[in-house]
Write a protein that binds this ligand. Structure first.
Ligand SMILES: [Zn+2]
Ligand SMILES: [Zn+2]
Length: 213
């Protein structure tokens, strides 16, 4: 698939034409190329996006998901609230990573676009600005990797990949099916986390948590 196909599919999934989405696609491709890896068909990669929840460039995270295959659904992407629209991509097999950050000039180019000004004026970035997305999107597509991004040296990093659990049990209070590692024995009854908390007023420990090495 070429970038146009990724933009087409990414826009369909994201919901509107979005320059930060295209920047995220490019950032993901640069990171993979410099690491010498392909997309995560399974669990080969892991991504941290350095992006605030109130950031105008939310689409960047979706671009990273679609280019790298590090999707929310595979639990391969985490948002670090750092307000930068940058990404750290980990090659899990080799335990190494790279950081790709847009140059200040790249962010300035976006912020000087008609698309950005319309959004900043209305206070929202959504479908209303989408008709203005084309010009700055074309600029992002045409720019070289070096024009767009500063790329770090490769550095060591790996994130634990938990063994999948294939066992479900029934919560003895609500009767819902729950994955076994998330059920807790409370006074001799096997309860889901929500029921353990509701009936006993104590926060139940969470399920398995992933660790970074
Ligand atoms: Zn968007
Ligand atoms: Zn329950």
């Amino acid at each position: 698939m070429d970038i146009a196909e990724f933009i087409r599919c990414g826009t369909l999934a994201h919901g509107h034409a979005c320059p930060p989405l295209v920047l995220g696609l490019r950032a993901g491709f640069v990171a993979m190329e410099r690491l010498g890896v392909g997309r995560a068909l399974d669990r080969e990669l892991f991504a941290f996006v350095e992006l605030g929840s109130d950031h105008w460039a939310q689409g960047f995270a979706d671009g990273v998901q679609f280019s790298t295959g590090c999707t929310f659904g595979k639990d391969l992407i985490v948002r670090l609230p750092q307000g930068k629209a940058s990404v750290r991509l980990i090659d899990q097999a080799r335990g190494r990573a790279i950081r790709v950050v847009p140059r200040p000039e790249t962010i300035a180019r976006l912020e000087q676009s008609e698309w950005f000004r319309a959004g900043a004026t209305s206070g929202r970035f959504a479908s209303d600005c989408a008709p203005l997305a084309g010009a700055v999107t074309d600029q992002i597509v045409a720019a070289t990797d070096d024009d767009l991004f500063a790329v770090s040296a490769v550095f060591p990093l790996r994130i634990a990949d938990p063994r999948p659990s294939f066992e479900s049990v029934l919560c003895e209070s609500c009767g819902e099916s729950v994955l076994a590692p998330y059920a807790h024995d409370v006074d001799g009854r096997r309860l889901c986390i929500a029921c353990a908390e509701r009936h006993h007023g104590v926060p139940a420990p969470p399920g398995p948590v992933r660790r970074i090495h």
